[in-house]
Design a protein around this ligand. Structure first.
Ligand code: IMP
Length: 181
């Protein structure tokens, strides 16, 4: 059972849903009349995006991009980012909001921001469910943040360890014996 591998629940399902409702409300107010495009960074942010958009009350669109950082380990990103799947929407002149699961070193989001900026959107903002502030290596502007979390590797609610645990409805920490490195 996946749940048996969890040492600690860091953010409960109830806490997640309450905070996401607040984020949805803020985004709806700030983007009123602007038809924003929410860019979901696959795969981790997909669970967050699907709950977030149901708390957004204004018209908007969604699109997806997939990136990978290669050369890292199962729990550390290398900082070398590559686009695996690009957006299908032309974002020139659009109000773009990047939706990320977690900002750790910041390298992935910094790369995505720089890349999308070159396409000349009308605005480019960021929304991250989790912010591991202590681990930041590069400064990235975060416009909407769900929770600031301690320097622990977390799983659940879209976040994986070795592609597993994304389906857990809460954010938790794995038992040390689960790690295979
Ligand atoms: P960054 O480039 O170091 O900011 O890392 C960003 C990406 O690494 C996130 O989008 C996640 O996919 C992954 N990541 C970072 N920290 C964690 C974690 O604690 N659990 C699961 N994935 C993580």
């Amino acid at each position: 059972m996946l749940k048996e591998d969890v040492a600690e629940v860091l953010i409960t399902e109830k806490e997640l849903q309450a905070r996401i409702a607040e984020l949805g409300k803020a985004i709806s107010a700030n983007y009123e009349g602007k038809d924003p495009l929410l860019v979901c960074v696959l795969r981790g942010a997909v669970v967050f995006l699907s709950d977030l958009i149901r708390q957004i009350t204004i018209p908007h669109e969604i699109d997806f991009m997939a990136v990978s950082s290669y050369g890292g380990t199962r729990t550390e990103s290398s900082g070398i980012v590559r686009i695996l799947m690009d957006l299908t929407t032309n974002i020139q002149g659009r109000e773009v909001l990047i939706v990320e699961d977690i900002v750790d070193t910041g390298l992935t989001l910094a790369y995505i921001i720089e890349n999308l900026k070159t396409r000349r959107p009308a605005s480019l903002r960021t929304c991250a469910l989790l912010n591991k502030q202590e681990r930041r290596q590069v400064d990235v502007p975060l416009d909407y943040v769900g929770f600031v979390i301690p320097n622990k590797f977390v799983i659940g609610y879209g976040l994986d360890y070795d592609e597993k645990y994304r389906n857990l409805p809460f954010v938790g920490v794995l038992k040390p014996e689960v790690y295979i490195e």
